[in-house]
Write a protein that binds this ligand. Structure first.
Ligand code: ADP
Length: 389
């Protein structure tokens, strides 16, 4: 038995989590079932994980010393977001502390340019791309007719939830400033995702494929449903690609892989995240092992759990309503909880603002059709508003 598992068996294991947003909170909820002691690092004194973490260190995860000191205190360090001080994680690893997933994998994934180069080096299908140093370089490539509209520009670092991504259709669209990947614009039929886990013994398991619908204004996931409405062959292809990527990265932990299915039915990898993911929220209620439990199993070197689907589900993100800012008030809670199979998750963010992710709802039913019907009712009832004082 490893020392980590010995500590787990004695209820003494200390897990450090970088960032205490909703994913950190959900990971702690799962960790507390195994009596794991949780330390969370987040600059926000009121972050979602604060109320349930054993210890909350208020500090900046981009600061070398803060991350290094935090990592030294725990038996194993993990993260629920990508934008972290990598040098501190690498130094912790060098000094013999456990950081899982490996910081070198995070360094590759943090940079959308390196990520795309990795796919092309390993013949993993993805949209064609070129990396540019600046906005001026892109403008010059357009002027030289090397680059043609439409294309998608992505900042190599720091983007999230559609920030840092611009679809450029003509000269009148505004380019982003900074080192970027410019991708061919895919004619998307569907967006799907697969979460895959791998433990230190090299065992892998995929979660059932999910399908997403996006809000065209905010670029945020609006609904997500499982099982995805794609053929068995497409499912097998997506799952096999997810396994191929985590194996080629030689990564331990949880990897969320987002794909496009283009209008010709080709499956292309969009991007990956080495952490729990929005596209796995439904696994808490609708799959035998949640993505969070699977992540714990993977990083601690335990056997992976069954990813069998319990019931079809639709997951809705609860986003702050337009025109509402300030102290949050959820309208319609009692009425949605009156619908069978509705599971409400509130993240505990006290301040709402338009499109802020405040919670999610998973709707379970015997069939996907039924789950969609219930989800429509839920959407029309629940609203994330601000209190009128
Ligand atoms: P983020 O990391 O911010 O979520 P993504 O790379 O997932 O950014 O892009 C956000 C959204 O932009 C995607 O879900 C998709 O709808 C659209 N998009 C991204 N890349 C392309 C592409 N090459 N072609 C067409 N649409 C794209």
């Amino acid at each position: 038995m490893t020392d980590l598992l010995e500590k787990l068996a004695r209820s003494e294991l200390k897990l450090g989590i970088i960032a205490g947003g909703q994913l950190g909170k959900m990971l702690i909820q799962e960790a507390s079932r195994w009596a794991i002691v949780t330390h969370v690092l987040d600059p926000d004194p009121d972050c979602p994980a604060k109320r349930i973490a054993t210890r909350h260190v208020v500090g900046d995860f981009l600061d070398f010393d803060t991350v290094y000191e935090f990592g030294k205190e725990v038996d194993i360090l993990t993260y629920e977001m990508e934008n972290i001080n990598i040098e501190a994680l690498l130094k912790l690893k060098e000094d013999g502390y456990r950081v899982v997933p490996d910081p070198e994998v995070l360094a590759l994934i943090q940079d959308k340019g390196l990520q795309k180069i990795f796919y092309s080096q390993h013949a993993i299908p993805t949209s064609s791309f070129v990396c540019y140093e600046s906005r001026t370089d892109i403008e010059e490539a357009v002027a030289r007719k090397e680059l043609r509209y439409p294309f998608v520009q992505k900042l190599r670092k720091g983007g999230y939830d559609g920030q840092g991504v611009a679809v450029i259709s003509s000269a009148s669209d505004t380019l982003l400033e900074g080192a970027s990947v410019v991708e061919k614009k895919v004619e998307i039929d569907k967006e799907i995702a697969v979460i895959v886990a791998r433990n230190s013994a090299g065992e892998t398991r995929t979660f059932p494929v999910v399908e997403m619908t996006f809000n065209p204004q905010t670029n945020l996931v609006e609904d997500l449903f499982c099982p995805a409405n794609i053929s068995e062959e497409e499912k097998r292809t997506a799952e096999a690609l997810a396994i191929e990527i985590i194996e080629k990265l030689d990564m331990t932990g949880l990897l969320a892989v987002e794909f496009f299915v283009d209008i010709k039915g080709e499956i292309l990898v969009n991007e990956v995240a080495p952490r729990p993911h929005n596209s796995g929220h439904h696994t808490i209620d609708a799959v035998l092992t949640s993505q969070l439990e699977q992540m714990l199993r993977a990083i601690l070197g335990l056997p992976l759990g069954s990813t069998e689907m319990i019931m079809p589900s639709v997951m809705l993100n609860l986003l702050g309503e337009e025109g509402h800012r300030g102290d949050v008030r959820y309208e319609g809670l009692e009425d949605v909880l009156d619908i069978e199979g509705v599971k409400v998750h509130l993240y505990g963010k006290h301040q709402t603002r338009p499109s802020r992710k405040m919670g999610h709802i998973t709707v379970l039913a015997g069939t996907l059709e039924e789950a969609f019907q219930k989800a429509d009712s839920v959407k029309s009832i629940i609203k994330v508003k601000s209190c009128q004082k």
